[in-house]
Design a protein around this ligand. Structure first.
Ligand code: BGC
Length: 432
């Protein structure tokens, strides 16, 4: 449960132009966000880069360099013109657990979602990113091969990182900017987590902060780490295997049951185990089943979605991914397993959201959800809602006081809103 130093939901009147960098589990997004300052409107220009697989287990130097060069490309592509005297505020969405003593600093506690980049844990990621951006600018200035139109080369890049933001908090703020009923921001994608506003007198970590009891603070729950001590959740042997073979065994135990990164791998482990025990794909070469993480959550969704009479997509998928020919009953079995895996994931995901609703006694609100599992899986929003109603004891039909809503434009807009509030405060602007 990490205090984030975001102390209010947006008013909807925040304004200005912001750059945002968003480092998630799969992509790096670079955006320019224009908050219009009225009618809760904004514009976004965005570029997305897939994070190279080998970068995820490389070094801090490579990570920061990658981010800095994506930002430079963004400037070049969009011919963003900056006067040297004009400072551009940048908000950094960093979707990993950090300890923050202020909005614009944060020490990475540990990598999650399979990342294992050396030289970042235990360090202030804002400082290290800032230094990398600085280096990039200086290197570009020296290089003669850069074309003259590049803003970075010609005029320098007077960037200032004004906020470090978790994706859940960004999601909460972005959605609350356009929809005042939003009280929770959540991610259900490669990783899983949620954020909500808490009273400071309910936050033991804020005891000495000097903030008043009823002042609010956004909490990044980091509940992916729930039950690392294995006291509550029913872990299967496949869960244990996923955990043990991950770069951080013993961490993110709840997340490893729920999040998209692990759903396909769960399926692969089950099939590989049954193959080894001669229960499935008998007499065929099962070596393709031995390759970790070949099956992603998108393929799992496709398996579940196959409504064809002869289950053609499942058969094709098994052939392409594992190089295995399957008959009808094996393909049917695979679809059942895929349904079990996603059903467990949905129901456990709903528990996290239900816990927050109960903790704050929220009975009428919107929960903004972002992430590939929520948006790409068939009927996921309905299925989560179904589970949520069951946990909260709400009637199955006709009660829509709590609604799960797709998040607005990801966390970049939220990061910009947070930056706007922070800057307005710096300038002593009342009411923000
Ligand atoms: C991280 C969180 C993040 C979540 C969703 C987890 O692995 O620890 O900080 O919010 O993934 O991206």
């Amino acid at each position: 449960m990490n205090p984030t130093w975001v102390t209010s939901l947006p008013a909807g009147t925040e304004s200005g132009q912001y750059l945002t960098l968003d480092l998630g589990g799969t992509n790096l997004r670079v955006c320019r966000v224009d908050l219009h300052g009225s009618d809760r409107e904004y514009d976004v220009i965005r570029t997305e880069h897939r994070i190279p697989e080998d970068l995820k287990s490389s070094t801090a130097e490579r990570l920061w360099k990658f981010i800095a060069s994506c930002l430079r490309q963004f400037f070049d592509q969009h011919s963003i013109s900056v006067q040297a005297a004009q400072e551009i505020p940048l908000a950094f969405t960093f979707s990993y657990p950090v300890t923050q003593h202020s909005l614009s600093h944060g020490i990475l506690q540990r990598w999650t979602k399979g990342f294992n980049i050396s030289g970042v844990e235990g360090r202030d990621v804002v400082k290290d990113l800032g230094e990398a951006l600085d280096k990039e600018v200086r290197a570009q200035r020296k290089s003669s091969s850069i074309h003259a139109g590049s803003i970075i080369v010609v005029q320098g890049l007077p960037l200032r990182i004004v906020a470090l933001v978790n994706d859940t908090v960004g999601t909460l703020m972005a959605s609350a900017y356009v929809d005042t009923k939003t009280q929770i921001g959540s991610i259900y994608g490669t990783g899983s987590n949620a954020a909500y506003m808490e009273r400071c007198d309910q936050i033991p970590k804020m005891k000495t902060s000097g903030l008043y009891g009823d002042a609010l603070m956004a909490i990044n729950c980091e509940y992916g780490a729930f039950d690392n001590s294995e006291r509550v959740l029913p872990f299967t042997r496949y869960d244990v295997e996923i955990d043990q073979s991950s770069p951080r065994p013993g961490q993110q135990r709840y997340e490893k049951l729920v999040a998209g990164l692990y759903l396909g791998e769960m399926m692969r482990l089950i099939l590989a185990d049954l193959y080894d025990r001669h229960k499935i794909f008998q007499g065929r070469n099962g070596s393709g089943l031995k390759q970790p993480y070949v099956l992603d959550s998108c393929s799992l969704a496709n398996i579940e979605n196959d409504q064809t009479r002869s289950l053609t997509s499942i058969r094709n998928m098994l052939q392409e991914t594992f190089n295995i020919t399957s008959d009808f009953s094996e393909s049917y079995f695979c679809r059942c397993v895929a349904r079990l895996i996603s059903r467990r994931s949905v129901r456990l995901y709903a528990c996290g959201i239900a816990a927050l609703l109960k903790k704050r006694g929220m009975q009428h609100c919107h929960v903004a959800v972002d992430g590939s599992v929520f948006s790409k899986y068939p009927r996921f929003p309905d299925r989560v809602m179904e589970a949520l109603k069951e946990v909260l004891g709400l009637p199955e039909e006709g009660d829509d006081h709590i609604r799960l809503v797709p998040a607005v434009d990801g966390s970049s807009v939220g990061a910009a809103v947070i930056a706007a509030v922070a800057m307005a405060r710096e300038e002593g602007c009342p009411g923000l």
